[in-house]
Design a protein around this ligand. Structure first.
Ligand SMILES: *C/C=C(C)/C=C/C=C(C)/C=C/C1=C(C)CCCC1(C)C
Length: 265
């Protein structure tokens, strides 16, 4: 036990010494082999955020132990969102580091799974406390699909970047309408307890302001006519920051509502 520990420490020490002595030319070779470089802003943001997503996943899953039964599903879904995103971030980092190009396909597969899950959260927190019609669920889903499919076609270059942007914005506005003026908002205002109402309000504020960061990223990435390489950096950094707010932040809001509702008796 002790000897194997000693030899591990010796090995780590040797590796550290080696890395300090490694000349710059060998470091360039490292980059070619696809290792993350310290000055690669996009690559580092993929790395840091993937760890934050892993930690958030562990947290949401563990906290399901602490809340009342009817809140467990919402917290589990929050953990699934961050779990699915963490896995995509590992892959996206590889694509970016190895090719220097935007991992559009992975990004949209991630969104296609996680955004519907986030929409389900609206339905879940309301149905944890009252009766909600299936129409709420389907309208949120349709808005999501229009928004994401149009966005993908625009980013992939299948259709023009502007028309895709406009259709995608329409899908997003449809979601906003449902949660501010549609049935979902009425159900929340009329039959949900205060903690759920305030969670609902915070969640829909995120869908407006947090989600607005994505079309901004799209705009900076595709619609300003900037150089492709600069646009790719902007696009990915902005999308990555948006994911921190909209996946981890969103989950934390649900967690706070669940804890405050569970603790009061
Ligand atoms: C976890 C991932 C989330 C919450 C992703 C959300 C993505 C959007 C709200 C994307 C919206 C877009 C527009 C409204 C117009 C331009 C194209 C998109 C797809 C970036």
């Amino acid at each position: 036990m002790i000897t194997s520990l000693k030899s591990s420490v010796a090995k780590i020490g040797a590796l550290l010494a080696l890395s300090l002595l490694t000349p710059a030319s060998a470091m360039a070779a490292d980059a070619a082999k696809g290792n993350l470089k310290a000055d690669d802003l996009v690559g580092v943001s993929f790395w840091v955020i993937s760890m934050a997503l892993v930690a958030a996943t562990a947290f949401f899953f563990l906290e399901t132990q602490r809340v009342k039964a009817k809140w467990k599903t919402s917290l589990t879904v929050s953990g699934l969102v961050t779990l699915v995103a963490a896995t995509h971030y590992f892959y996206m980092r590889d694509v970016w580091v190895n090719t220097g190009s935007t991992p559009t396909v992975f990004r949209y597969i991630d969104w296609l799974i996680t955004v519907p899950l986030l929409m389900v959260e609206f339905y879940l927190i309301l149905s944890a406390v009252t009766k909600v019609s299936g129409g709420v669920f389907w309208r949120l889903m349709i808005g999501t699909l229009v928004m994401l499919i149009a966005g993908y076609l625009g980013e992939a270059g299948t259709v023009g970047a502007w028309p895709a942007f406009i259709v995608s914005m329409a899908g997003w506005f449809y979601i906003i309408y449902e949660i501010y003026a549609g049935e979902a908002s009425k159900v929340s205002a009329e039959s949900a307890p205060p903690a759920v109402q305030s969670a609902f309000k915070l969640m829909r504020t995120i869908v407006v302001f947090g989600w607005a960061i994505y079309p901004l990223g799209y705009f900076l990435g595709y619609l300003t006519g900037g150089k492709p390489a600069d646009s790719a950096v902007m696009l990915n950094v902005v999308y990555n920051l948006a994911d921190v707010v909209n996946k981890i932040g969103f989950g934390v809001i649900i967690w706070a509502a669940a804890v405050s509702e569970s603790d009061k008796n």
